[in-house]
Design a protein around this ligand. Structure first.
Ligand code: NCD
Ligand code: ZN
Length: 345
């Protein structure tokens, strides 16, 4: 039995840190574990210009505790009318990707894309300049069952997009289904990758309802049935370079999650690598964690792998039940529960 492992410092390829006072709670959690993180641009209003991304990056860096080396990798929020000319400025500013949210698909996505065709000139510029497209892959039409929205997106949008922009690097973000895992496995790994969250590896949709409705397990895309969780586990532990770590840690004030119309998003940044270690260990594949967490994402993005290491030990510990979040409380996923793996500081 392996009870400790040392791996190259991982990166988080999908993260929400919000803005203002909450940055000072959530950024230190991520910076303690990860070398870099892809910062989602779904603020209110969204980050849509290179200049806004640079200013946001500065605010994030101010929240990194002294002594930690952490690089936020910035993204812009794709809208129907984000001009292609902004892509050149984004490239110069070091922006690495744009995020496509179908309008209305998730938290703060009102400004999202209503028709992907409207963004084609911008996607053309991205393909030319080597800027990635990160996709929230769910259709939004009310006639499609909530649990089928990811699978429907593949046929309706992902396949046509892939065909129209063969050399655009696209990440299918936070995949949740067997269909998405299979589809990504069938693509050319130089241009198509996928992130997988720790919570989609650890839980199926029963977790939302056990003993009463549990809003902290509600995220989008929503947890799916067990066969999908198993397909995601298989993809993550396979060593296949197309699959990599993206927590989708998405903090919300506790009172807005424990609400008649609760927000979507699970907070996992306080114990992210530990939850991935647990999922890999449960599958008997802790030895595959490093590829998924520390190599595959950097390789896909064309960035160097980190050079420092972290050590994880099999040892129960209980993270704090809640954290300060500006004026509010932030309740992490599995609040109050003991976790079996711990990163050694
Ligand atoms: C995210 C958020 O809260 O910003 N919520 C979520 O459930 N994952 C948005 C997103 O990534 O869909
Ligand atoms: Zn997200």
């Amino acid at each position: 039995m392996t009870d400790a492992i040392t791996i190259t410092r991982p990166d988080d390829w999908h993260l929400h840190v919000r803005d203002g006072a909450p940055l000072h709670t959530v950024v230190p959690h991520t910076a303690a574990q990860f070398g870099r993180a892809i910062i989602m641009p779904n603020l209110k209003p969204p980050i849509t210009t290179a200049q806004q991304a640079l200013a946001y990056k500065e605010r994030i860096l101010k929240a990194v505790p002294a002594g930690l080396e952490f690089t936020p990798l910035m993204t812009l929020y794709l809208t129907d009318n984000l001009p292609a000319s902004e892509i050149e400025r984004a490239k110069e500013a070091g922006v690495v990707a744009l995020k496509l949210y179908p309008a209305g698909a998730t938290t703060n996505s009102d400004a999202g894309v209503t028709d992907i065709k409207k963004t084609y000139a911008t996607l053309e510029a991205m393909q030319r300049l080597g800027i990635l497209l990160l996709v929230h892959g769910e259709v939004t039409s009310p006639d499609i069952d909530l649990f089928d929205r990811e699978a429907a997106f593949i046929d309706q949008h992902f396949i046509p997009l892939r065909k129209d922009f063969p050399e655009l690097k696209i990440v299918f973000e936070h995949i949740t289904t067997q269909e998405a895992a299979q589809y990504v496995s069938s693509c050319n790994g130089a241009y198509t990758g996928a992130t997988i969250t720790a919570h989609h590896l650890l839980f199926n949709r029963n977790a939302i309802f056990i003993g009463g409705v549990r809003p902290h397990y509600y995220c989008l895309p929503v947890l799916k049935r067990e066969k999908h969780r198993l397909a995601l586990i298989n993809a993550a532990i396979s060593g296949d370079a197309r699959f990599f770590l993206g927590t989708d840690s998405a903090p919300h004030p506790a009172q807005l999650k424990e609400h008649a119309s609760g927000c979507a998003g699970c907070y996992t940044a306080h114990a992210a690598i530990e939850m991935y270690a647990e999922a890999f260990d449960n599958a008997g594949a802790i030895y595959q964690l490093e590829k998924f967490a520390s190599f595959n994402g950097a390789d896909f993005y064309g960035l160097p792998r980190n050079t420092s290491t972290i050590t994880l030990q099999k040892e129960f510990w209980t993270p704090p039940e809640s954290f300060a979040f500006g004026e509010a409380d932030l309740k992490p996923l599995r609040s109050g529960e003991a976790l079996p793996w711990r990163m050694i500081p």
